[in-house]
Ligand binder design. Structure first.
Ligand code: KMT
Ligand code: NI
Length: 177
């Protein structure tokens, strides 16, 4: 998984938005934000994924196929909502099976966007309470497993005064010091 600062140039969200030269983000920076990731080769991934799911208590999972073919008439709407800056009250855990895309996470305290370019084999944990968003890249498709601790619940809370005061948001800020 490649991580770099988003260039903030207005335009197509599907473009890489990499500075020239690129400004890479170190794994330690991601760790300090409580963003976790592993790489598990897709071929024969099950035992390793099951082990991480067991130790972290991810009891549920389903599959999501983000593409015009996979989503049908809700595609445009989903593409829009995925890219609205939001948080969740639970971790957002994705294991990429095929395709690619970008998760953008906000750095604290700079509020800079860090772009995470995900590809098959990447397992990403976006912590509860972090502001983030998702977009497909120019290849326009991704298929991923969504893992979840208890009952699947994928509620996005768009960033605003209410989320700034959300207990899960405040807990997140406390956890990163
Ligand atoms: C989400 O909740 O933002 C998504 O599931 C994005 C697609 S999964 C790679
Ligand atoms: Ni999300």
């Amino acid at each position: 998984m490649r991580a770099y600062y988003f260039d903030n140039v207005p335009g197509d969200q599907r473009l890489p938005h990499d500075y020239v030269p690129s400004r890479p983000v170190a794994p330690e920076t991601l760790a300090a934000l409580n963003v976790r990731f592993w790489t598990i080769p897709v071929e024969g991934y099950e035992p390793q994924l099951d082990e991480i799911a067991r130790t972290r208590g991810y009891k549920n999972r389903d599959m999501i196929n983000v593409s015009k073919e996979g989503m049908g008439e809700i595609y445009e709407e989903k593409i829009r909502t995925f890219f609205q800056e939001h948080m969740h009250e639970d971790e957002e855990i994705r294991y990429i099976l095929s395709g690619s895309g970008f998760f953008d996470v906000r750095e604290t305290p700079t509020d800079a966007w860090i772009r995470l370019a995900v590809a098959p084999g990447d397992l990403l944990v976006v912590p509860a309470g972090i502001y983030h968003r998702f977009t497909l890249d120019e290849a326009d498709n991704i298929r991923a497993l969504r893992l979840f601790q208890d009952e699947p619940k994928w509620v996005p809370y768009n960033r605003g005064e209410a989320t700034d005061a959300n207990p899960h948001r405040m807990e997140y800020l406390k956890s990163i010091g």
